[in-house]
Design a protein around this ligand. Structure first.
Ligand SMILES: Nc1ncnc2c1ncn2[C@@H]1O[C@H](COP(=O)(O)OP(=O)(O)OP(=O)(O)O)[C@@H](O)[C@H]1O
Length: 250
């Protein structure tokens, strides 16, 4: 994907993104970092057109996916959104069985033709999310909400994978789970990137450094610097990025 000269205003006039330009490459983890309110989540939602239903949001600039303008008039937003998986900060499984949490998306989109294909796909998504062994005997008798927080988040990742997205958008996916569950999600993200691209919003510098291939530093709505993780952590050119990384503010 390519984001070019993107500006976004919320309905109340807040100018949340200012001339933001960056690329998202295939099979990478790109982390968005920066102080609270700098525009990380706003920039994430631009990619899958999640602002479409926010009243009064105005967007200028271009967002390209495989060279096509994703905000072009002929693009159908739900079809566009299908190319993305979304993982929120707080695990939000459906109040349905574990099976239904993963089978629901592929079923409504008609991705699998037979019950057997769907069953194989559900298993594959749960395996990819490192959850299969823990839930395989309770697919139908436990609900997603019966699982622990870390398991719920891995279920949400399995659900995000179930519609076969090209891009996984993760908005502070470990913000509300414990350190062991966090390590599992980080390990998972590093495996998943072999088949798709991941954009990760994180407040944790350590996490960005552990998992990201590249880091984008946002400040007051501007994308000040983007580059390979070690380069940004060791030799960011932007003074505020350097100060933020050293923990001087934020
Ligand atoms: N729906 C909205 N309406 C008006 N302003 C908003 C809305 N959502 C976010 N903002 C403002 O846009 C700016 C960017 O917010 P955003 O949530 O993208 O920042 P962030 O970097 O993700 O913050 P955090 O790290 O605290 O989650 C902030 O000034 C915020 O107050």
């Amino acid at each position: 994907m390519t984001v070019e000269e993107l500006n976004l205003w919320y309905g109340d006039g807040t100018h949340a993104l200012r001339d933001v330009t960056f690329d998202l490459y295939p099979r990478e983890i790109l982390a968005f970092i920066g102080p609270s309110g700098c525009g990380k989540s706003t920039a994430l939602k631009v990619l899958n057109r999640m602002h479409d239903n926010d009243h009064g949001v105005r967007i200028e600039g271009r967002v390209l996916m495989h060279g096509e303008d994703v905000y072009a008039r002929h693009v159908d937003p739900p079809m566009h959104r299908r190319q993305f998986g979304w993982v929120a900060q707080k695990p939000n499984p459906f109040p349905l069985s574990i099976w239904e949490n993963v089978a629901y998306g592929p079923r409504i989109h008609g991705l699998k033709r037979t019950r057997e294909e769907l069953a194989d796909h559900v298993e594959d998504c749960l395996r990819r999310a490192h959850l299969w062994d823990e839930v395989k005997d309770h697919l139908h008798d436990l609900e997603g909400t019966d699982l622990s927080g870390g398991q719920q988040q891995r279920l949400c990742i399995a659900r995000a994978l179930s519609t076969e997205p090209d891009v996984l958008l993760m908005d502070e996916p470990t913000g509300s789970i414990d350190p062991i569950a966090t390590a599992a999600v980080e390990e998972l993200a590093m495996e998943l990137k072999h088949r798709l691209s991941i954009v990760l919003v994180t407040h944790s510098m350590m996490q960005a450094r552990r998992v990201a291939d590249r880091v984008a530093y946002f400040h007051l709505g501007e994308l000040r610097e983007v580059g390979p993780t070690e380069l940004i952590f060791n030799a960011a050119r932007d003074p505020e990025a350097r100060a933020f990384i050293r923990g001087k503010f934020g």
